[in-house]
Design a protein around this ligand. Structure first.
Ligand SMILES: NC(=O)c1ccc[n+]([C@@H]2O[C@H](COP(=O)([O-])OP(=O)(O)OC[C@H]3O[C@@H](n4cnc5c(N)ncnc54)[C@H](O)[C@@H]3O)[C@@H](O)[C@H]2O)c1
Length: 407
């Protein structure tokens, strides 16, 4: 979790009854100084979310943007002007963005299949880089990114921000720091949700461009499971397919081929057993992690009722029977932060990026962790294709990953 020097009172600072307070008299409401200038490559859904959270946090300003589609840049600039007075530089190429000496850090928010190429275009700048998840669509590119990040003299942070969701911050604290459950034995994660949303050129409807559903979306959950298991995966078995979504969807003569449901089982070297369930043909969003140990279990839950436009609810339940105190807590961040995207997790991920830029220790995702998440996802996709359990040592050897993976 990031460091907070003072309590921010945004609800007051933005209130109509407080606008008359002149700048010179703003103490509680004084915005932090934006010390860093950021440039965003790819101003779609998540690029705009990073622009929003950067503005909300206020420790960095969005200096410039580039997108291949001028429509995406127009929309992002219009949206930005609603909450930020700064003028945006609009670059006409990645080279122009890289050549701007005023830029302190670069965010890569383009579709999955472009990450490796875009990273290769910006790496010569030597600047701190934020790279959205999944870092690549193939294990070969992900391996090359880990090797690049280890040679790089600056930060490369991967966009696996679910670890900053309130329910997981608390779950990790209970299970790993307080050891409330004793030794962890099983981890069970599920996501029930609506189909993938529309995207520019619909890249997320094709395995070729997304890396496959388990890589594209579920790398978030495999990262969480890896972190909770605190061990290396040993064996992965999965079943899944495309049952309902986009079965009649075509673009440029190509049929959508992405999975919309799956069951994945992961055995870890330390004996922890985990499973992950995905179902993407639901009306609402329901995410859950259940961790069981020698002394009891915890349930970290997030539920969104889109149909009734209810606020998302997150909670942590601890059930310890006779071994300790059981409880259920509703959790949440300040609603201004929660509504900025991904229930506040992107805000805290962004804060961690700025902290790291300023030399502080953070728990944001490294390229190694990004690769481990993709290893589990890719092994699960291989298991779905072959119907066989995947031995991870053999899988890593086959993909020449043994020497690259150290964590
Ligand atoms: N961390 C998260 O929770 C999260 C959430 C959503 C998306 N993402 C990731 O963010 C990335 C973008 O997803 P999105 O939902 O914003 O997609 P999107 O389709 O809404 O936006 C992508 C934008 O990138 C632009 N683009 C494509 N190729 C480009 C290039 N070479 N150079 C510059 N711009 C380019 C497109 O024109 C588009 O405007 C993906 O990797 C996705 O997996 C992460």
């Amino acid at each position: 979790m990031t460091e907070h020097k003072k309590v921010r009172l945004r609800a007051f600072e933005n209130a109509s009854s407080q606008r008359h307070v002149p700048e010179a008299d703003r103490y509680l409401y004084k915005a932090p100084i934006a010390k860093h200038r950021l440039a965003i490559i790819g101003t779609g859904t998540i690029g705009q979310e990073h622009m929003r959270v950067a503005s909300l946090l206020g420790r960095a300003q969005i200096h410039g943007i580039f997108d291949l589609e001028s429509h995406s840049m127009d929309m992002a600039a219009t949206e930005f002007s609603r909450y930020n007075k700064n003028t945006l530089v609009r670059y006409d190429s990645i080279e122009a963005l890289c050549a701007d000496e005023q830029v302190d850090a670069i965010f890569i928010c383009t579709p999955n299949f472009t990450h490796f190429d875009v990273l290769n275009q910006v790496i010569h700048t030597g600047k701190p880089i934020f790279l959205e998840k999944p870092m690549a669509t193939s294990l070969a590119d992900a391996k090359a990114i880990v090797e690049m990040s280890e040679r790089y003299s600056n930060i490369i942070q991967i966009g696996l921000q679910y670890r900053y969701k309130a329910q997981y911050v608390e779950a990790f604290h209970e299970a790993l720091a307080r050891k409330t459950l004793g030794e962890i034995k099983t981890i069970s994660v599920s996501e029930y949700r609506p189909p993938f949303l529309d995207k520019v050129k619909q890249w997320n409807k094709f395995n070729e461009f997304s890396g496959g559903t388990l890589v594209e979306k579920c790398c978030h959950y495999f990262d969480l499971i890896n972190l909770m298991a605190q061990s290396r995966p040993q064996r992965v078995f999965a079943s899944g397919g495309q049952a309902v979504n986009f079965t009649d969807f075509e673009r440029d003569g190509k049929k959508s081929d992405i999975d919309d449901h799956s069951f994945v089982i992961i055995d870890y070297e330390n004996g922890v057993r985990a499973n992950f369930t995905l179902n993407m043909f639901c009306a609402d969003f329901d995410e859950e992690m259940i961790v069981s140990g020698e002394h009891g279990r915890l349930i970290a839950a997030e539920k969104s009722d889109f149909q009734h436009q209810q606020p998302t609810k997150t909670s942590l339940t601890i059930e310890l029977g006779e071994t300790g105190a059981s409880r259920k807590q509703d959790l949440g961040y300040s609603s201004i932060i929660e509504s900025s995207g991904h229930h506040g997790s992107t805000f805290y991920e962004h804060a961690a990026f700025i902290d790291e830029l300023e030399g502080k220790d953070v728990h944001s995702a490294t390229a190694q962790q990004g690769l481990w998440a993709i290893v589990v996802a890719s092994a699960a996709q291989a298991s779905i294709r072959t119907g066989e359990a995947i031995n991870i040592k053999a899988f890593l050897t086959e993909h020449d990953l043994i020497a690259t993976l150290s964590e």
